[in-house]
Design a protein around this ligand. Sequence first.
Ligand code: PEP
Length: 249
Amino acid sequence: MNTKKFIIANWKAYITAQKQAKDMLATVVKAKLSKGAEVVVCPPFPFLSLFPKTKSSIFSLGAQDVFWESEGAYTGAVTLAMLRDFGVSHVIIGHSERRHFAMESDEVVNRKVRAALQAGLRVILCVGEKEREDSRAIPEIVGAQVKSALADVPAPHMKNLFIAYEPIWAIGTGVADTPNDALSASLYIRKVVGDLYGNKIGMALKVLYGGSVDAKNAALFMNQSGINGVLVGKASTDKKEFLGILDSF
Ligand code: PEP
């Protein structure tokens, strides 16, 4: 199993001005990280150019979404080539907020996943159930989301895939999942991927937890050996909270 820990900062649309973005970025790049950790910052598209293009093994640049076609008459689209040109190495796909307000279907998520992996980007695929009390949720809903997102994804591309288990009821609510339940979900996701691609790929898969992660609870998720890191929304835009998260493992 991969022992490196990943912290993905999803700024969503919380940071809305260049000055704010520059300021947060300066804080992140100055932060001291423990060995074996990597931070991926995913700002809104207009702020991608504020990030230095120099390669770092500790900090990477991610995008919050991408379009699947390579170029053409697609008003408003941001393509993979555009992202790469700005030094983007990671892209979040299938976030529950996009599935909800941009009405992205499983088919759209699958197209984006295939195109981004084909282009050599690292994909952070988000999956998660809506209601906490639905006991069939993990196997039925999350399993189906994983399978449909990975339809026709060739095995060699799987090394560039992260799957973020993000129960929707935990996103932005201040009520995180328990580390035990997040671990069970992550093991189930590994099993689904193992059934599709074989045990070795299932075990090597990078699985993250996301949903109300903050400085107080990050270590509880990060220290689980079956969880490879965390996807952080709101708390990644608050200096004190985010530095606390980076400091917590
Ligand atoms: C997210 O946006 O993926 C997320 C987990 O948000 P938050 O940390 O704010 O719950």
